[in-house]
Design a protein around this ligand. Structure first.
Ligand code: MLT
Ligand code: ZN
Length: 480
C-alpha cells in the first residue's frame, strides 16, 4: 500500500482503537500482538528484566516510523525503540503494557557505500557484522567491533554510543558518525545524512541523539566513516604479573605502534578459568597460567614485517620484565580462537551463578588502583565473592563483574547488588571515573545518575528532553 493510500485508510480508521491504527501503518504482518510473538522483544540477554507491551511494530521505512511517532503523539502512546535487543542496561525493554515497541530490524538497507569519500550510509536495522562485511567487500574497514556484533544493530550501537574492542584506535560509535537521519517525537524527520568532515554551521545535533538511548528521537539511518582496510593484522596473548604491568605494556606498545595498536584488552586469570571450563572448544592461551592476561592486536597498513616487529617488541617487553610469556596467533583460526576467549567472557559468568556487574571507566593510569581498591572493598562486603575484571584497558574501561562466592545463594548475593555497586562506584568517583563507560544508563543506572552528574548538566539534559519530547513519549523511564 502506498503511504498516501495508507493515510487515507488511516483517516477512515481514525476512530479505530489506537492498536489497530498503529498496525495499519506497518501492515498486519509486521504488527505483532500475540504474547508468544512479542515475548522475544521483552526479554534481554542478562535476564535482568522482563518487560510488557501492547504491540511490537516493525516499520519498513523512515516514513512508517514517522507515521508511528505522529500517531503516538496524537494518542499519547509510549514508544520504546529497539534494535537487536542486545543492550545490557534495559534501555531497549518496554515496561508498560500499553506501550508500543518499535523494532528497527526491517530498516535493513545499505543505502550507499562511497569508498572515495570513505563513508557508508546504513539504515538503523543493519546488523553490525553486515556493515563490517559490506565495508570489507569494498576493501575498507568499519571498525566498530563488539561481542554482540552478529545481532546488534547500527541504530542500537549509535543510540547507546557503543564502544567495543577497537575504540582504542578508532574511537567509540559517536566518533564514527558523519551524519544522521532521525525521526523526532511527533513524526518530523531530521534529514541530517551529511558526509562532511568539516561542517561548522551551528550546533552539532548528531551528538545529541547518539547515546540518548532512544529518549530524544529514533535514529533511522546514519552516514558512517570508513577507514582503509589493514593489510596485516597480528594478535598476541600475553601473560603479565599485574594490572600495573599490563599498563606498562600498553604504554610501551603504544610508543612502538602508535594508532596501529588497535586493541588492548585485559583479562583476569579467573576469566580464563571460566572460559576454558564453560566454553566448549576453548583452551588455555599460554603454556602456564598467569595472574593477568592481555589480548593485543596490531592492524597495519603494511602487508609485510609486522609480525617480526611485534615479536621484537614482545621480546623487549619480556626483557623489561613487564611480560612473562606471550604468543602471537599463527593463523586466522588461532586469532579467532583468541578473540573467542575474550568475547566469551560475557556468557561464561552465567553458569557460575549470580553476577553483579559494573561497566566503569577511569583515566587509564588509574586502572590498577581501581582494580586493587575495588577488590579489597568487595572482599570486605562479601567475603569469598569472586571478581572477574576484564575489558578495554586501553580505554580505561573495565567490566568489573563479580561472581557470587562458590556455593552461596544466588538471590541472596544478587540482593546485595546496590550495596556492592555503591562501594565500587564510590571508588570510581574518587579516581575520577564514570559509572557507565559504554553500556549506557537505561533503567539499570537511572537512579544512580543524579548522584554522579553535575546538577547543571542534569538540568540541561532534562531541558533537552522537554524540548524534543514534550509529552514524554520516547522511551519513558530510561536515562532520566
Ligand atoms: C564486553 O566488552 O565484552 C561487553 O561490553 C559485554 C560485557 O560487559 O559483558
Ligand atoms: Zn565492553
Amino acid at each position: 500500500m502506498s503511504l498516501r493510500a495508507k493515510s487515507a485508510a488511516g483517516s477512515a480508521a481514525s476512530k479505530a482503537a489506537p492498536i489497530e491504527r498503529f498496525a495499519a501503518i506497518v501492515g498486519d504482518k509486521y504488527a505483532l500482538r500475540e504474547p508468544a510473538e512479542i515475548a522475544p522483544f521483552l526479554h534481554e540477554p542478562r535476564d535482568l528484566y522482563q518487560g510488557r507491551a501492547a504491540l511490537v511494530l516493525k516499520p519498513g521505512s523512515t516514513e512508517e516510523v514517522s507515521e508511528i511517532l505522529k500517531l503516538a503523539q496524537e494518542t499519547k502512546t509510549a514508544i520504546v525503540p529497539q534494535g537487536g535487543n542486545t543492550g545490557l542496561v534495559g534501555g531497549q525493554i518496554s515496561f508498560d503494557s500499553q506501550a508500543v515497541v518499535v523494532s528497527t530490524v526491517r530498516l535493513d538497507k545499505i543505502r550507499e557505500i562511497d569508498p572515495v569519500t570513505n563513508s557508508m550510509t546504513c539504515e538503523a536495522g543493519i546488523v553490525l557484522a553486515r556493515a563490517q562485511e559490506a565495508a570489507t567487500k569494498h576493501d575498507h574497514l568499519f571498525p566498530l567491533s563488539l561481542g554482540a556484533e552478529g545481532s546488534c544493530t547500527i541504530g542500537g550501537n549509535l543510540a547507546t554510543n557503543a564502544g567495543g574492542t577497537q575504540a582504542l584506535s578508532y574511537g567509540v560509535a559517536r566518533d564514527l558518525v558523519l551524519g544522521l537521519e532521525v525521526v523526532l517525537a511527533g513524526g518530523r524527520v531530521w534529514h541530517g545524512l551529511r558526509k562532511l568532515k568539516k561542517d561548522n554551521t551551528g550546533y552539532d545535533l548528531r551528538h545529541l541523539f547518539i547515546g540518548s538511548e532512544g529518549t530524544l528521537g529514533i535514529i533511522t539511518a546514519a552516514a558512517l566513516k570508513l577507514f582503509p582496510a589493514p593489510r596485516s593484522t597480528e594478535t598476541a596473548f600475553a601473560g603479565v604479573a599485574s594490572p600495573q604491568d599490563a599498563l606498562a605494556l600498553l604504554n610501551f606498545m603504544q610508543s612502538r605502534f602508535g594508532s596501529s595498536l588497535t586493541s588492548f584488552e585485559l583479562i583476569a586469570r579467573r576469566g580464563i578459568e571460566f572460559v576454558t571450563k564453560h566454553l566448549p572448544g576453548t583452551r588455555e592461551p599460554l603454556a602456564a597460567p598467569h595472574p593477568w592476561y592481555v589480548l593485543a592486536e596490531i592492524s597495519s597498513p603494511n602487508a609485510e614485517g609486522v609480525r617480526a616487529t611485534l615479536e621484537a617488541a614482545l621480546a623487549e617487553a619480556a626483557e623489561k620484565n613487564i611480560v612473562w610469556d606471550a604468543v602471537i596467533a599463527a593463523s586466522e583460526a588461532q586469532r579467532m580462537a583468541f578473540w573467542r576467549t575474550r568475547t566469551g567472557l560475557t556468557e561464561v559468568q552465567k553458569p557460575e551463578g549470580g553476577s553483579i556487574k559494573h561497566d566503569i571507566s577511569v583515566p587509564v593510569g588509574n586502572v590498577p588502583a581501581l582494580i586493587e581498591q575495588a577488590g579489597a572493598a568487595v572482599e570486605k562486603l562479601v567475603p569469598g565473592a569472586r571478581p572477574v575484571p576484564f575489558g578495554h584497558l586501553g580505554d580505561g574501561n573495565i567490566h568489573y563483574n563479580i561472581s557470587q562466592p562458590v556455593g552461596a545463594d544466588r538471590q541472596a548475593f544478587l540482593d546485595r547488588w546496590e550495596e556492592v555497586n555503591a562501594a565500587v562506584h564510590g571508588i570510581v568517583a574518587k579516581l575520577g571515573g564514570s559509572i557507565s563507560a559504554e553500556h549506557g544508563i537505561g533503567v539499570l543506572k537511572r537512579e544512580l545518575l543524579p548522584g554522579v552528574k553535575d546538577p547543571v548538566e542534569l538540568e540541561l539534559m532534562r531541558s533537552l528532553k522537554r524540548a524534543l519530547d514534550p509529552d514524554g513519549i520516547l522511551n519513558p523511564g530510561k536515562v532520566l
